[in-house]
Design a protein around this ligand. Structure first.
Ligand code: SF4
Length: 464
């Protein structure tokens, strides 16, 4: 992967290089499970991230809940050990650091957590909370400074008061407890604590999502000011695009453990290239009345489980632009609906018994399989396929097989609708503007070859 594949940093000097960062958690991995012959199941929370962050830059990591953003943030701070990958901070791989160097790294790289209500210890005063990192790192002696006229404790107290004042609180509040503060004030305490050791890099993990909207803006403005004043570099993790737009120089869009698009902030908002980014932007409420009738292509369904991510493009189970096989003459909307039925059959997720009970309640008695099939099709298909008789019949045939319990036949019946998006994995590839991973865009040569092979071996629906 080249420099431009990862999106150029907004500043000339790179502070953080992330290469193939991967973090899997394992289920069924205990000794008992092994004795019972169970194989471990990998939960692929973060799967091969590549990006750089320039010194003084703010990179936003955006995506829906459960896409692996926070795990990525914690792993690149070494709060969790990676499964694979390298993170270089100032040129040093942080996973190779010995204890002394790791302590130095921890001073330099801090985190502000999402929830200001649970991230502060209720038994400690806010002064003690902000002072804690200074105590742990034996500041200022660890910097080679020893107070002549004042003790370490006096120097630390003075430092804490200075920080509290700087984040918009007051040094006089040193002895007060977290419960005496509002959410916004507690988040200011969290920021003061993160800055206590004068770090270069801070991960901001959803720093405003637990706060009221008016307070969110104040905290974001404070973070902006502190960045300028202390020369900080930020990784801002958020699901909220308005927060990202407010503060970030560049944005990496994450879906199910992978980065699908990375670009300067303005570029993402004005010229998104990946269908997932487009859908995220579409789902942002608009205040402009001129746009009240706009055709919104919002995201449907949930992010699939990282235990068993979809093959090929991970977004394909929800993508409104999924690519149909060349011989399938359906509209995009119709094709999306048919593929959704296929995916549900493949996952054995059609609720046949639920549909049977529902249909029985409706008709006040026992129902035959054909009625259950009708019930499933009415509830599942959000498009009318009556103008497409062959396709409608094939979908009906597949659902009938599923209702009869023959899932393999059901899956086989719809196999001709398989998209190349599920057969070949797209890669982040720089296009005419910035990198995005989608088969609708230019792809590297090996991916293009795989696409041609997949197309050459695809069954022809006409011969089916
Ligand atoms: S590769 Fe296919 S499924 Fe994935 S985003 Fe592009 S069009 Fe959608």
């Amino acid at each position: 992967m080249t420099e431009s594949d990862r999106g150029d940093t907004a500043t000339s000097e790179t502070l953080l290089e992330v290469r193939n960062l991967t973090k899997y958690f394992y289920e069924r991995d205990s000794i008992t499970d092994r004795l019972l012959g169970q194989n471990p199941v990998a939960i692929k929370a973060v799967d091969g991230l590549d990006f750089d962050i320039g010194r003084g830059e703010t990179l936003g990591l955006v995506g829906e809940s459960g896409c692996g953003k926070s795990t990525a943030g914690e792993t690149l701070l070494r709060l969790q050990e990676p499964t694979e990958g390298v993170v270089r901070f100032d040129g040093e791989n942080i996973y190779d650091l010995g204890s002394g160097e790791l302590t130095k790294f921890r001073r330099n790289a801090q985190i502000v957590f999402q929830d200001p209500f649970s991230s502060l210890d209720p038994r400690m005063t806010i002064g003690e909370t902000v002072r804690q990192p200074l105590d742990v790192h034996n500041w200022p002696r660890s910097d080679g400074n020893v107070g002549v006229e004042r003790s370490d404790k006096q120097l630390r107290t003075a430092r804490v008061k200075e920080l509290l004042n700087r984040v918009g609180l007051s040094g006089d509040q040193f002895d007060r407890y977290p419960h005496e503060f509002s959410g916004g004030q507690r988040q200011r305490v969290g920021i003061a604590r993160a800055l206590a050791l004068d770090p270069e890099f801070v991960v901001l993990d959803e720093p405003t999502s637990a706060l009221d909207v008016s307070v969110q803006a104040q905290i974001l403005n404070l973070l902006n000011e502190l960045q300028d004043e202390f020369g900080l570099t930020y990784l801002l993790i958020s699901h909220d695009l308005s927060v990202i737009r407010h503060i970030c120089d560049r944005v990496a869009v994450m879906y199910l453990g992978e980065i699908v698009e990375i670009a300067p902030s303005e570029e993402i908002f004005t010229n998104p290239r990946h269908p997932y980014t487009e859908a995220l932007l579409e789902s942002v409420p608009r205040v402009n009345i001129d746009e009240k009738d706009r055709d919104i292509e919002t995201l449907t369904g949930d992010v699939p489980s990282p235990r068993n991510p979809p093959s090929g493009c991970r977004f394909r189970t929800r993508c409104p632009k999924i690519i149909p096989p060349a011989d399938v003459d359906l509209s995009q909307e119709e094709y999306r609906a048919v593929v959704t039925v296929l995916d549900r059959i493949r996952g054995r997720e059609l609720d046949v018994e639920g549909a049977r009970e529902f249909a029985a309640e409706e008709s006040d008695g026992d129902v035959d399989d054909a009625t259950v099939v009708d019930s499933i099709l009415t509830r599942m298909l959000d498009v009318d396929l009556s103008a497409q008789p062959p396709h409608r019949e094939r979908v009906r045939e597949a659902v009938t097989a599923a209702v009869e319990g023959d899932w393999d036949r059901a899956e086989e019946t719809l196999s001709t609708y398989r998209s190349l998006c599920e057969k070949v994995t797209p890669e982040l590839q720089p296009g005419h503007t910035h990198p995005a991973a989608c088969h609708l865009l230019d792809q590297p040569d090996d991916v293009e070859r795989a696409i041609r092979d997949a197309e050459a071996t695809a069954p022809d629906p006409a011969n089916d």
